[in-house]
Design a protein around this ligand. Structure first.
Ligand code: SF4
Length: 416
């Protein structure tokens, strides 16, 4: 969905026409003779309400630090009767300070629903307002008002604590005016709208496609499916390439000679200076086991990359097929001579797009989680993995977002 850069000059507020009424208000009105006291009591209740707006903080990134600073001694929100409560049940205002991802959004919404009425929402900082410079990334919600009714926007990257205080004062003014049945006139600067308008129409936008809300509701109410673990045991591994008699794949001079010998014994086919040596798929598990025996027992990383046809580790190569490359890194652990650094062993394996990489989960427990992550994000299949399911993305997410052919601006219900 493309970004419409045309500015809009009028938008309704999400809660335009809604007026909050304190539960005591109706009772007082119905009591005979007490109506003369309603006006001052209404003012008193509103005064109490606007001077005790307790914040439920939803701080996810840098803006959260400014929110914390606003609560600290120099600015001291407490002097306005506002302080941060770490529970939705006693919060009046949810302050979303930072970037919200599609994975967080359902949890944020659930916490919002756990806050009792009356309640208000503040979007603090440009990430919460619009997704900011992350807005077009696949995991980022392009503004929290795609799923929350925001009352006050505090602009900035980040807004400072004084900005936070000004936002709360603005909210108090809004609450007071709602008590008096006033409706805010929409105040939106056309030039600012050019910058902040999201590519997907938000709640309350007149031009929002109603089917988008239906999709959101449908996707949000659907229970997440956890697909059964899918081991790929039946993968035929390609044969280990023959090394011509007398030919040796040379290691860079800086490479540990003992490791170089071990890699050669496992059929290494490429020994570049600034990339991991390439090892045949069929020797990969036995290489890992041999390294563990030599003390390289900590699995530091598993990183997969997806290569489209015509591209590979040697650059643009005609005839190169679409494939994955997965790099592993192991580090030595345990006692070592004083001053001697821990040593790292790294290598890569290459699998065709429809193939699989033998899992290291049987040799190194940490591979379970890390290979699962690479399956989720890049789509690499790991043969023999005990539990190959999504780990980072929602279970009903379509596709693998770190693949080179993944459309970055795909519309994925419910949040984008
Ligand atoms: S708006 Fe700026 S400061 Fe706030 S969370 Fe985003 S990047 Fe960080």
């Amino acid at each position: 969905m493309g970004v419409d850069r045309e500015p809009r000059t009028s938008l309704p507020l999400f809660d335009e026409g809604r007026a909050y009424e304190h539960p005591l208000y109706g009772k007082l009105l119905s009591a005979p003779g007490l109506s003369v006291g309603v006006a001052p009591l209404d003012k008193l209740l509103t005064w109490g309400l606007t001077n005790s707006l307790w914040v439920f903080p939803m701080a996810t990134s840098c803006c959260g630090i400014e929110l914390m600073a606003a609560a600290a001694s120099r600015v001291d929100l407490d002097r306005m009767g506002t302080f941060l409560r770490g529970t939705p049940r006693q919060g009046d205002v949810m302050v979303v300070a930072g970037t919200i991802t599609v994975k967080m959004a359902p949890r944020v919404k659930r916490l919002w629903e756990q806050m009792p009425e009356p309640k208000w929402a503040i979007a603090m900082g440009s990430c919460a307002i619009s997704g900011d410079f992350y807005r077009d990334l696949y995991p980022v919600v392009p503004g929290i008002d795609t799923f929350l009714p925001v009352d006050v926007y505090i602009p900035g990257c980040p807004p400072n604590p004084e900005g936070m205080m000004a936002g709360l004062l603005e909210l108090a003014r809004k609450v007071r005016s709602e008590q008096g049945r006033a409706v805010h006139p929409p105040v939106r600067r056309a030039d600012a709208l050019v910058v902040t308008r999201p590519s997907i129409a938000r709640l309350g936008d007149p031009e929002r496609d109603p089917s988008l809300s239906e999709q959101q509701m449908e996707a949000a109410s659907r229970p997440a499916e956890s697909p059964a673990a899918r081991p790929f045991e039946d993968v035929a591994l390609p044969p280990v390439p023959e090394t011509a008699p007398g030919s040796v794949v040379e290691a860079p001079p800086t490479f540990d000679p003992e490791l170089a010998e071990l890699y050669r014994a496992h059929g290494v086919t490429d020994f570049p200076k600034d990339a991991p040596p390439l090892v045949p798929l069929a020797r990969h598990v036995s290489l890992a086991r041999a390294l563990v025996e030599r003390g390289y027992a900590q699995l530091v990383y598993v990183v997969a990359s997806h290569w489209l046809a015509g591209k590979g580790r040697a650059g643009n190569v005609a005839g190169e097929t679409e494939h994955h490359e997965v790099a592993y890194g192991l580090r030595t652990v345990g006692p070592r001579p004083k001053g001697a650094p821990s040593k790292l062993a790294w290598w890569s394996v290459r699998a065709e797009a429809d193939g699989a990489v033998p899992s290291l989960a049987g040799a190194l427990a940490g591979a379970d989680w890390q290979e699962r992550e690479q399956f989720d994000l890049v789509g690499v299949r790991f043969a023999g993995h005990p539990d190959l399911r999504r780990l980072m993305m929602p279970d009903n997410w379509a596709g693998h977002p770190l693949r080179k052919d993944y459309p970055a601006d795909a519309h994925t219900a419910p949040w984008r």
